[in-house]
Design a protein around this ligand. Structure first.
Ligand SMILES: Cc1cc2nc3c(=O)[nH]c(=O)nc-3n(C[C@H](O)[C@H](O)[C@H](O)COP(=O)(O)O)c2cc1C
Length: 370
């Protein structure tokens, strides 16, 4: 530690960090380079391990350990339908055809064959990844889209790992604490990426709870027991200060870290986050789960079609050919460019360390803390 009094002493004690900032695990974005840079700057870097084969999860953990001696985390989703994929054969024919028909409207753009076929089920990788995390005795386990059961929390605690749960409702925050979580991140609907529910809700229920309201309510409910971090729509020190005024002890940031030099996001994605129109939409058309992304031709067409998304991550599997081609060819209209509503406050692509240092300095100035 630097000798300066941390802004949030309890959170610093629990997670072993100086800056009250956690970088979100983000598939394709939060690899070892970003994670080590964030942790070396005194905040908590978090590796994204969703859909990674077990040997890659282990390699990523070891790569971070080689690049920093500071605490870091590993994130995965515990969503029921991601831990064990639904059987594609169980999906009614008309739903598969409806989803594929929308995807077919775009396939010709990349000379892809139209199809009405059922996708193959993805391999279930979550439980193997959890085993690796426990074997590797990672400093922090970060759970999204689902709350770890008490036995899993206990397994992590036995090897000295702290557990942070991301939740989108007060009820889930209370369950997380009952199950033994060491800290809770309250994710409001401004957040980029997927809404943190362990089961899929109807759209109206999934897209509720603005960050400030949720943070206040979660702090009232569980803040006496564990530190609360605020997530969703925060990109600067004023945001951190505001959330601390509401009782949060730190912030969890996704979108701000996507647009950094060490992020694994494409240059196209970083440019779209920092220039021009940054309107966002809430959609289940890319993966099957509700997520906030930059508005695009695809999000608009999907919305208008009224098609039902395939469950679990089978929607992602169904559109894999299209979304991968768009990514490869740099088409920003047909790939998920996850973004929170505060993306339009971004105008630069700094290093992760500059993000951490600037946010802490600005929050200290706003809060009048030296
Ligand atoms: C590109 C991107 C990828 C994300 N991937 C994950 C993920 O793999 N696991 C997870 O728990 N949350 C993920 N999230 C959600 C974040 O945890 C967090 O709630 C959100 O980024 C906070 O809002 P902000 O983007 O406005 O900072 C992701 C967010 C973004 C922007």
């Amino acid at each position: 530690m630097s000798g300066v009094t941390p802004l949030s002493p309890r959170l610093s004690r629990v997670l072993g960090i100086e800056a009250p900032i956690m970088q979100s695990g983000m598939a394709g974005v939060a690899g070892p380079e970003l994670v080590a840079a964030v942790s070396n700057a005194g905040a908590l870097g978090v590796i994204a391990s969703l859909r990674l084969p077990p040997d890659v999860v282990r390699k990523s953990i070891r790569a971070v350990r080689a690049a920093t001696d500071k605490p870091f985390g590993v994130n995965i989703w515990l969503h029921d339908d991601v831990r064990t994929s639904p059987d594609p054969a169980s999906i009614p024919d008309d739903i598969v055809r409806g989803a594929q028909a929308v995807l077919n409207q775009f396939r010709s753009r990349f000379e892809l064959e139209p199809t009405l076929a059922r996708p193959d089920a993805p391999t279930d990788l979550v439980d193997e990844a959890l085993e690796i995390m426990i074997e590797e005795k990672i400093p922090v386990f970060s759970a999204g889209l689902g709350i770890p059961e008490p036995a899993l929390v206990e397994q992590f605690h036995r090897v000295g790992t702290k557990v942070v749960c991301m939740v989108a409702t007060v009820e889930d925050a209370e369950i997380a604490v009952m199950n033994g979580a060491d800290a809770v991140a309250a994710q409001g609907s401004e957040a980029g990426g997927h809404r943190s529910y362990g089961q899929k809700h109807a759209r109206a229920a999934a897209d509720r709870n603005l960050t400030a309201n949720l943070v206040s309510a979660v702090v009232s409910a569980i803040g006496a027991h564990v530190p609360v971090l605020a997530a969703g729509g925060i990109v600067d020190g004023r945001g951190l200060a505001a959330m601390m005024k509401l009782g949060a002890e730190g912030v969890l940031l996704g979108t701000r870290f996507v647009a950094t030099t060490e992020s694994g996001a494409s240059d196209l994605w970083k440019t779209r986050l920092t220039t021009g129109d940054r309107s966002t939409s809430f959609t289940d058309g890319f993966t099957g789960q509700w997520a906030r992304v930059l508005t695009s031709e695809f999000t608009e067409e999907w919305e208008q079609s009224g098609a039902e998304a395939l469950p679990g991550l089978l929607q992602a599997a169904a559109g894999q050919d299209l979304f991968s081609a768009a990514k490869q060819l740099g088409d920003d209209q047909l790939q998920p460019l996850y973004a929170g509503t505060a993306a339009d406050q971004l105008s630069d692509i700094p290093s992760a360390a500059d993000v951490v240092h600037d946010i802490v300095a600005e929050a200290r100035a706003v809060l009048g803390s030296s």
